[in-house]
Ligand binder design. Structure first.
Ligand code: ZN
Length: 407
């Protein structure tokens, strides 16, 4: 990625920028947590000629018609579970939709059951071009050739797909199921994949990492990771966005959507580079990674404003998620610590005081006079907390190497 230049600075002044007027949508907290087996979704775009796209659309339409048909039966018979629905509806559906393969009908049953799993009070309507599910019997991957063989109403289609190395790596852990999704005029396959986890490495210390919005990340070594390129881009995008917002026409709105998509894509790339660097650094120096524990932060009444603001920022959540999954893949342990007062506590004497933060960038302890970069100070606090946290099986090792670090 040549165009990405991540700016790394030591205690230099942090760039400041105003927060966007319009806030990005709040991220679901679920995104922060991992399934125990860590599942991620690979997304690949299919290369389709005109007539192939047409066949895929017809396939979607027919499958979704079948879903609505199944939904009718489910409501008539009050059978909403996948298996009970299968019992009462399979034969009828096969007879009504002879051109759908048996496996497609089964996937439709699963989709209808899933849609009603959460709420049985409202009957679900399936959009004609809504996503449809595939499994290994109706979709075959040839990952190395970047190709799939996919079942359609016209028989199997062999289609090439576009995918970067990251998606290809992910696809090694695909579990067989995938959704065919139409976005705009492009077809995508979304395939859930299991990410292989490495055995945890032995660690002798913890690299504390403070994540923020201005400085994307700062670590306890005093290194700060701010995407200089991100900032430049953000400025460019926000200028164009303002102009388009003023314009307000239909085409302006379309362009606006495109721009925000581009910006998000760009920022994700930057997060990829930063998270990689942090995790590699921890691995190379036999350290774990200390992060603030954000579990339940929404429920907590005493949540600090800084944390709320960060939490609402999708890029912050994205960077955090990337650090966690890369760490898991390399076996670098991640230790979560209590996030309270990490920014107000003095990393030198432990004194907690609001007045320790005369401004956004500076930390100056009113008790001992210790002066530091505010983000570095927070990262050091995170490190100190992670070291005494003694996660299962790790605390002992840390304790041995660094005696006397407990407060
Ligand atoms: Zn102090």
């Amino acid at each position: 990625m040549k165009y990405l230049r991540i700016h790394i600075q030591f205690g230099a002044e942090t760039p400041t920028f105003k927060r966007e007027r319009k806030r990005p949508p709040l991220y679901s907290f679920k995104d922060l947590k991992y399934n125990p087996d860590m599942q991620l979704t690979a997304k690949v775009k299919l290369k389709t000629a005109h007539e192939q796209a047409d066949i895929l659309k017809r396939t979607m339409r027919l499958a979704n018609t079948c879903c609505n048909f199944l939904s009718d039966i489910a409501w008539q018979e009050r059978k909403f579970g996948q298996f009970s629905l299968h019992k009462v509806a399979y034969r009828q559906s096969r007879d009504t939709f002879p051109s759908l393969s048996s496996q497609v009908v089964v996937r439709c049953e699963a989709k209808v059951a899933q849609a009603h799993a959460l709420d049985k009070r409202t009957k679900r309507k399936f959009k004609p071009l809504g996503a449809i599910e595939y499994d290994a019997r109706i979709l075959t991957w040839y990952v190395d050739k970047r190709e799939v063989s996919i079942w359609t109403v016209e028989g199997r289609l062999h289609l090439k797909f576009y995918a970067g190395q990251r998606q290809i790596d992910l696809l090694q852990g695909k579990i067989g199921q995938a959704d065919l999704v139409l976005i705009g005029n492009d077809f995508y396959l979304f395939a859930p994949c299991i990410v292989e986890e490495a055995e945890p490495i032995d660690i002798s210390d913890v690299l504390g990492v403070d994540l923020g919005i201005v400085n994307l990340a700062s670590d306890s070594d005093g290194e700060s990771y701010s995407g200089e390129a991100v900032e430049e881009n953000r400025r460019k995008f926000s200028h164009r966005r303002r102009n388009l917002q003023r314009n307000g026409s239909k085409s302006a709105k379309r362009k606006l959507k495109k721009i925000s998509g581009k910006q998000a894509h760009y920022q994700k790339d930057v997060n990829h580079v930063i998270s990689k660097r942090i995790v590699m650094k921890a691995q190379d120096t036999s350290r774990g990674i200390g992060l603030e524990d954000l579990t339940g932060i929404r429920e907590r009444a005493t949540t600090r404003r800084r944390q709320r603001a960060r939490f609402a920022n999708w890029s912050f959540v994205d960077l955090r998620t990337k650090i966690e999954y890369k760490a898991k893949r390399l076996g670098v342990p991640v230790i979560h610590v209590d996030p309270r007062y990490t920014s107000q506590e003095c990393s030198s004497c432990g004194h907690v005081d609001k007045r320790n933060r005369p401004d956004q960038n500076t930390f100056k302890c009113v008790n001992c006079g210790h002066v530091a970069n505010a983000d570095t100070n927070a990262a050091l606090n995170i490190r100190a907390r992670a070291v005494v946290n003694r996660p299962n099986g790790l605390g002992h090792a840390i304790d041995r190497v660094m005696p006397g670090t407990s407060p």
